[in-house]
Design a protein around this ligand. Sequence first.
Ligand code: GAR
Length: 191
Amino acid sequence: MSTKIRLAIFASGSGSNAEKIIDHFRQQQDIVIAKIWSNRSNAFVHERAKKLDVPSETFAKKDFKEKSFLQELKDVDYIILAGFLWLIPSYLVEAFPSKIINIHPALLPKFGGKGMYGSHVHEAVVRAGEVESGITIHLVNEEYDKGEILFQAKCEVRASDTPDDVAEKIHALEYEHFPKVIEDYIRSHKA
Ligand code: GAR
C-alpha cells in the first residue's frame, strides 16, 4: 500500500496556482498531485496539466453533485481548490473533513461569498476604495468562503491601482504562500 499523501486539485480557469502547487510538490517524495479536476473542458488548466504530465479530467455538474463521485476520489487524501468556482456539496465536505483547502483572493470575511471570484473581487476592492487587500487560505465548509482561516497575507492597494494591478499583487502573494501553506497544514496533520 502506498504511504504517499495524494492531492486532487480542482480548478476552473487558467490554473496558474495549480501549476505552482504541482511545481512545489514535485520536490517532495511523500506528497503527490494525483489529478486535476475542472468543471470546464476548455479551461487552460488542462493545457498546463498536459505540459506538467499530470492527469486532468472534466466533471459535469450533475455527476459532481452525486455522492457516487466519491468513487473517483477514493485514493485522494486532500482536495485543493485553486480558483474553483462551484460550491462544494455537503457529501464532499463530510467525506473530507478539514481536508479541503481553498484560496480566496481577498481578506475574508471581506469580499467573499457567492459571485465573489477572480476579477470580480479585485473590482469590488478598488470600487470600495480599500487601502489594502490580500489572500486568505481556509478550510472549506458548506458555505462559500466561510470555513476556518488558516493563513492570510496582505498587500497595499494604492489609489491609482486598477483591478488588474491588484490582481497582479494578489497572484504574487498566492504563488509565494499557497503551496507552502498547503504543505505545512498537511505535515502538521499527519497521523
Ligand atoms: C486566484 O486568484 C484565486 O484566488 C481565485 O481565482 C484565481 C485563479 O487563478 N479564486 C477565487 O476567486 C475563489 N473564490 P489561477 O486559475 O490562475 O490559479
